[in-house]
Design a protein around this ligand. Structure first.
Ligand code: 6LW
Length: 492
């Protein structure tokens, strides 16, 4: 058993991590934007091995994400625990705004949202003695707002005030407040969530300031460093049972030149040296291998997580039941395509490794031209690739296609014998190989560069999803895609 770990500890599109500890158990929440279910909650006993235990947004009636634009919706959350209750405060951008969810079990069920009357993003809660402080990134990016709040009703008890402007980086955001040794430490991110990202800290004897910036800022940044982890930022601190301090934060893993990343912003971990009465410090640049935190790793590995499958946007009732289980899957050929900013029959999971295989046996049950079913790798409506069985007037085709910004491209097609085939994405760091088989012999139909699905090209805050997709031209269709032997494998 190795005595070290490497980052990311929660790979794939899992940004803006927030963490809390209850006894020996750690719980972590990440942002999810237009995905449904949203606000995934992971559990760990050792900070390195994580398993998905639920989603805080798992009911369509909690927050309607059916019309949420790509990379809008559910931004950075903060997860806290106080006197037996879990609190998750977050923002539905271009939606209901800031809200709090409550739960007694972090796996759920979580409450319906309680609205919080403050603008801005990245809200956070700090429980200290008999008070609860709210911090958030000001809507005009002027700095960090602060107020007292009743976290059960969401009611502000004091008017929001500007508590700290940061150290001068753009977009001061992602605030978290930590009371310690008579100080209030305010940890934030600055520089924007791209290559200039950095984590800074200040402290004050009063929650409302004035705040004195730390002498070692930035606490962590990888800007201008030649390191596989880039854009390090958006951090949260947690103390282990042995008194050691640890920090979760987001980072990207760009490839090639110019560097481009497609897996999204991923959750990473580092130890923190934080002497009592002193300042938190992190070894920078981050070592590739870090010392394992305390805790029984084996315990978590043995425990199963729940299925990680999601939709982009709240699905229509005809699709919703699919979420909880996925051995075999039937998707109706809804008259909505991956190019529409609307809920479509696309059931997916985050790609968590540069290399891997995503495959299924697919049968298209259709007798009308234009119906299609198969696999897709998606960043957003304008950046995705598909490998689909398509119904034609005189039979069936397997077709590879790509949407690349304003371009819609058919890459290749082959005639099929009947409407069933094995479909597979053979995934490498520099190519998605789109493959098919009908007689056991796999052959490549086309290949697509991950750079065409990168954030640098597509924009936004998310990461690529691998999924099952069905679509067609007819609103009243009974056509559907039947998916069996659905597998996603990655190198150990
Ligand atoms: C999030 C902000 C950020 O709200 O990006 O990296 C925004 N940090 O704090 C969306 O993830």
């Amino acid at each position: 058993m190795s005595a070290t770990f490497s980052n990311p500890v929660l790979p794939g599109f899992q940004p803006d991590p927030s963490i809390c500890r209850v006894g020996e158990d750690y719980f972590l929440a990440t942002s999810s934007f237009e995905l449904f279910p949203g606000l995934p909650i992971h559990h760990s006993r050792d900070l390195v091995n994580w398993r998905l235990i639920g989603h805080a947004l798992e009911r369509p009636g909690q927050i309607d994400l059916s019309r949420t634009a790509s990379s809008q919706g559910i931004f950075a959350p903060t997860l806290r625990h106080h006197r037996g209750r879990f609190y998750l405060i977050c923002t539905d951008v271009d939606g209901v705004g800031n809200f709090i969810l409550h739960a007694s079990d972090p796996a759920g069920p979580w409450s319906d949202p309680v609205r919080v009357a403050i603008d801005g993003i990245d809200p956070s809660l700090c429980f200290h003695e008999d008070r609860v402080y709210l911090t958030a990134s000001a809507p005009d990016q002027a700095g960090i707002l602060g107020a007292e709040i009743d976290p059960d009703t969401g009611r502000l008890l004091t008017p929001p005030e500007l508590w700290w402007r940061g150290t001068g980086g753009k977009y001061p955001e992602g605030p978290h407040l930590y009371p310690r040794e008579g100080w209030f430490y305010l940890l934030i991110s600055e520089g924007g969530t791209e290559a200039g990202h950095m984590i800074t800290v200040a402290r004050s004897r009063q929650a409302g300031g004035p705040y004195e910036p730390g002498p070692h800022n930035p606490v962590l940044t990888h800007r201008s460093l030649d390191h596989p982890l880039q854009s390090t930022g958006h951090a949260d601190l947690v103390q282990a049972p042995d008194g050691s301090w640890w920090m979760v934060f987001l980072a990207t893993r760009p490839l090639g030149y110019h560097p481009m990343h497609h897996l999204g912003r991923e959750t990473c971990l580092t130890p923190v040296d934080w002497p009592a009465g002193g300042w938190p410090r992190v070894v920078t640049p981050l070592p590739r291998l870090l010392p394992l935190p305390p805790g029984p790793a084996a315990a978590v590995q043995a425990l199963p997580g729940i299925n990680p499958w999601v939709f982009r946007r709240t699905p229509p009732p005809s699709l919703f039941p699919l979420c909880p289980a996925l051995e075999k899957c039937l998707l109706p050929c809804l008259p909505v395509s991956l190019e529409d900013a609307a809920p479509c029959a696309f059931l997916a999971r985050r790609q968590t490794s540069f290399d891997g295989r995503f495959s299924a046996r697919v049968r298209l049950l259709s007798d009308s031209c234009g119906d299609a079913a198969g696999l897709a790798v998606v960043m957003n409506e304008r950046h995705h690739a598909t490998l689909l069985i398509r119904r034609e007037h005189d039979g069936f085709l397997v077709v590879a296609g790509q949407r690349l910004g304003g371009l819609k491209i058919e890459l290749a097609r082959r005639r099929l014998e009947g409407g069933s085939a094995g479909l597979r994405l053979r995934i490498l760091s520099d190519a998605y190989h789109l493959e098919w088989e009908q007689n056991g012999d796999w052959s490549e139909l086309a290949s697509v560069s991950p750079r065409h699905l990168s954030t640098e090209l597509a924009g936004g805050f998310t990461g690529v999803l691998l999924g099952l997709h069905a679509t067609g031209p007819n609103p009243a269709t009974s056509a559907r895609g039947e998916f069996h032997a659905i597998e996603y494998s990655t190198p150990v």
